[in-house]
Ligand binder design. Structure first.
Ligand code: ZN
Length: 449
């Protein structure tokens, strides 16, 4: 499939969730760009995101030491192809940017079939798909092809051309900061280094961009939100190295990737294992997607590996639909715009929004009427009507909140212990507070003050 012709692949009618369609459309816009860990692909992507949100960019020079790593030379590519003896292009980068091994060195040579074959990557088990391959830290070059097309190449000589260069330049990352009423930070991070891969990259970038846009329009956020769009590993390390002084303000964090397919949802806990974000994600998934899988932290995956390295140990988990590496489309040309669907993007959006709502609205109440149950009916709070299950849920939530309102249970803890949805607990606590039955255990924990 030609990624440059993929703009037309959009939401279908049955997918019709407006936010899901909006995320899909933005993912489709950035999908054709040939991103890498450095270079204009990242900058062009940030240009598009900047139409929605303000982004501050940092350009880190090649050669800069970042912990145990060094910012590599910048990579740029203009064109690449393989021609057969008839002068026909049997591979052409302009048709799909996965055709070139990302970070390939320049080359222009005539090769025998055998020599060429040593530089071709295919997926013999998935002969109709093209793999995604990178070669960031070695001086070599290569092409990727569908195995079925590779098998059609006969003996003979081939002209290979990769018009690319590595040069002393910069690594680029972008950040959107949305100030809240406190400097307590909620970090949301997506890698921005994969070329035409829709789920593993574009979906997370697009979802977080539109989430930032929505939060920018909100008033009275309790947390400051920092959205990081950085190339995987080296970009996250560069961001960490330049923000060390502020890392102790990070209260919650999520790495977001692969959020557009129909699998999962999957949540991988932070290295801490029981951080607020880990518990809030568990409640969000219980309330919205009970089929979800929750995994313990492991040191493999996306940039949570860096955020959760022992020198930082930040409370940052990983949210995905299908777990990376577990779906056949992963890191292949089949991870395209048909693979991500608006309805899946919409559920992912809803889950992340729910977690933000938990972080924004959690507080710890104390009952002013702890001896015996307060008489709710007298206060017009007891709304039980036979057959109205939501009313009885609300009553149940109020009973739970009143019972646990001893100053040692936050609303999140109440949602955990009661099994009631966080939103019901939150609404019940608000009503009880308005009725003068609850006060916050500590004023700074009360989002309404
Ligand atoms: Zn990937």
């Amino acid at each position: 499939m030609n990624p440059r012709a993929s703009h037309s692949v959009g939401a279908t009618r049955e997918d019709g969730d407006p936010i899901g369609a909006e995320i899909h459309a933005l993912a489709a816009e950035i999908y054709p760009i040939c991103r890498s860990i450095t270079g204009d692909g990242v900058r062009q992507t940030l240009d598009i995101l900047e139409r929605h949100i303000p982004i501050s960019r940092t350009e880190v020079p090649s050669g800069t030491a970042v912990y145990d790593w060094t910012i590599p030379q910048e990579w740029s590519i203009r064109q690449a192809w393989i021609k057969n003896e008839l002068g026909q292009k049997v591979v052409d980068f302009t048709r799909h940017n996965l055709h070139v091994v990302n970070y390939s060195m320049p080359v222009h040579r005539i090769l025998s079939y055998e020599e060429l074959a040593g530089h071709i990557h295919t997926l013999p088990d998935q002969p109709d798909l093209m793999p995604y391959r990178t070669i960031y830290y070695a001086e070599n070059w290569g092409f990727c092809m569908r195995h079925r097309d590779f098998e059609k190449l006969g003996p003979g000589s081939y002209e290979v051309f990769i018009d690319a260069e590595r040069f002393t330049g910069h690594l680029t990352y972008g950040e959107c900061v949305i100030p809240g009423e406190t400097d307590q930070v909620f970090l949301l991070s997506a890698h921005i280094c994969h070329p035409s891969l829709a789920n593993d990259n574009c979906s997370g970038i697009a979802l977080l961009t539109l989430l930032a846009k929505e939060l920018l329009a909100r008033q009275g956020l309790r947390h400051t939100y920092r959205f990081i769009f950085a190339p995987g590993t080296i970009g996250a390390l560069a961001w960490l190295s330049r923000n060390e002084d502020e890392l102790d303000r990070i209260q919650h964090g999520l790495v977001v990737s692969c959020v557009g397919d129909g699998g999962g949802p999957t949540y991988k806990r932070s290295r801490r294992g029981n951080a607020f974000i880990d518990r809030a994600m568990a409640i969000a998934l219980r309330d919205l997607a009970p089929q979800a899988t929750i995994l313990d932290f492991s040191p493999y995956g996306y940039d949570e590996r860096q955020y959760c390295s022992p020198g930082f140990n930040l409370p940052v988990g990983l949210f995905q639909r299908s777990l990376f590496g577990t779906f056949p489309e992963y890191h292949t040309s089949a991870d395209n715009l048909d693979f991500i669907r608006p309805r899946h993007l919409a559920l992912s959006w809803k889950i992340i929004r729910y977690v933000i709502d938990i972080a924004e609205n959690d507080w710890t109440p104390v009952s002013l009427c702890p001896k015996g149950e307060p008489q709710l009916g007298r206060r017009g709070l007891y709304g039980a009507v036979g057959g109205n299950s939501h009313a009885s849920d609300q009553n149940m939530a109020m009973l739970w909140v009143l019972n646990l309102a001893d100053g040692s249970h936050s609303l999140l803890e109440m949602a955990e212990r009661s099994g009631m949805p966080f939103t019901d607990v939150m609404t019940a606590a608000r009503r009880l507070k308005e009725a003068g039955l609850l006060v916050p255990a500590a004023p700074f924990l009360d989002p309404t003050i």
